[in-house]
Design a binder for this molecule. Structure first.
Ligand code: PPS
Length: 286
């Protein structure tokens, strides 16, 4: 994985978007008590949160989400662009990150900054990631779906293993300032998920605004928002003719990709690695 990636914290990150300096900047980043981080394992709903958060924080004004690209609206912590866009941003600052818990900025741990951690069914995450690897030139070629599953399960993908990431964020000592959400509950009832986020952030939204935010952030609406659908990225970097970034936006698409043997192999490994943990997930009984 060396050619396209940099090693950091025991896993790889894409070289096209990260540098040794940008990672150092992230580690040394001065976290403020009113900062808000949305943290995800890749392909778990990050872009969705980049749409929802600004609307919650500004009371439902859609202007920023219609005029500012997602990556500048709710910047990434870690990539080279971070310093440029976060530099003198007024509070409250909302950021996204794929970092596991132990790789957050040093000052994060003693701050009061809040975290929204979104988890997605690892099977759907793997499917989404497989298609993304096929369209993004800064990621390794995924190979066949079967080959990609092995890479995903062994952590030979950017940001490492799904199980390591999820366990790192489920075993923190920041209880009280972290909200756990699943992609599945967002798909099932977006309005309720937005309300949970707003309450966690201490923002009161009227029923009308809540409805407006949920409608605006519906998959079909986001898909046509050029500030959110990654169509501003040149085709040689993200080729949406191979697979659109906002691809399907559903739960359970893994059923269209996994055969019985792959499903059994995948489930057995995830189950074994999650042994001893007790986080109920909506996909546990599938
Ligand atoms: S990334 O590259 O890590 O930032 O990707 P990320 O944004 O985390 O995940 C992309 C998947 O999230 C889906 N998505 C949505 N689903 C439902 N509703 C809305 N509004 C929405 N916005 C993004 C996106 O379609 C990707 O999932 P798949 O399964 O590939 O469609």
């Amino acid at each position: 994985m060396g050619e396209r990636n940099l090693l950091f914290g025991g896993f790889f990150v894409p070289k096209m978007t990260h540098s040794a300096e940008s990672l150092k900047y992230a580690v040394e980043f001065q976290v403020h008590d009113d900062d808000i981080f949305a943290v995800t394992y890749p392909k778990s709903g990050t872009t969705w949160i980049q749409e929802i958060l600004p609307l919650i924080l500004n009371g439902g004004d859609v202007t920023p989400v219609q005029t500012i690209p997602s990556w500048d609206r709710v910047p990434w912590l870690g990539p080279t662009r971070t310093a440029l866009v976060l530099g003198d941003r007024p509070p409250p600052r909302a950021m996204v990150s794929h970092m596991p818990y132990h790789c957050m900025p040093r000052s994060f741990y003693t701050s009061k900054a809040k975290v929204i951690y979104v988890t997605r069914n690892p099977k759907d995450t793997a499917v989404s990631s497989f298609h993304f690897h096929g369209m993004a030139s800064f990621l390794d070629d995924p190979g066949t779906f079967d080959q990609f599953l092995d890479k995903f399960l062994s952590g030979q993908v950017v940001f490492g293993k799904w199980t390591d990431h999820v366990k790192s964020w489920r075993n923190t000592d920041i209880e009280g300032r972290i909200l756990y959400l699943t992609y599945e509950e967002m798909v099932q009832d977006l309005r309720a998920a937005v309300l949970r986020m707003a309450q966690f952030l201490g923002r009161e939204l009227s029923p009308d605004v809540l409805e407006k935010v949920a409608n605006h952030c519906h998959f079909n609406n986001m898909k046509t928002n050029i500030m959110s659908n990654y169509s501003l990225v040149p085709q040689d970097i993200m080729d949406s003719s191979k697979s659109p970034f906002l691809r399907k936006g559903t739960t359970g698409d893994w059923r269209n990709h996994f055969n019985a043997e792959q499903e059994a192999r995948f489930s057995a490994i995830i189950k074994k690695e999650m042994e001893g943990t007790s986080f109920p997930f909506p996909w546990d009984d599938e």
